[in-house]
Write a protein that binds this ligand. Sequence first.
Ligand SMILES: [Zn+2]
Length: 215
Amino acid sequence: MSLFTRAGSALFDLLAPLECAACGQPAAHGYCGDCRRLLVAAPARDLEGVPVLAAAAYAAPLDAAIHRYKYGSRPDLAGALAGLLPRAALAGASGDARTLFVPVPLHRSRLAERGYDQSALLASALAARAGRPASARALCRTRPTAQQARLDERGRAQNVLGAFSAGGGTALAQRPVVLVDDVVTTGATARACVHTLRAAGARVVAVACVASTPR
Ligand SMILES: [Zn+2]
């Protein structure tokens, strides 16, 4: 385990909020009982033959939690959200000790706006739980892209076409990779990242996310 991953793990423990990630009422373990009961099992799906591992369906109360995490200046919720993904699913996907957790990258302009990279924090938290390294440099967003949520499916695929590059000093040839994003909806962004990672020689073994929609 890299120093970065271990330090990240300790940091997440320290920062874990004592409130429900979805509704904000007091809760010791990420979610209050009310919200935990509302979590809906994630639909089974895959992207380009890669299984999508999601903690739950993209519905209440998780949609509210993810919104707070991404748009409410709440990077401290990363640990609570990552903690929802079953450890067994993570262990199954990252059985090979060389497995690298790679976040879908933000463009640097978006990073400057938000102040933190939500997928990179999730990737660190998930990698720490799996006892594997994470690298936020293995994928890079080479140009800013419009927000996917504002586009239709075709527009989304166009929007991210050629927007990513792989490598950045990370050896990816033959390397098992778990791609990490906060939410997978149409899958256009994740699909573009899978193509880019494969072109660099990586073996993408799973797409891990907090929530996904049915396909
Ligand atoms: Zn709650």
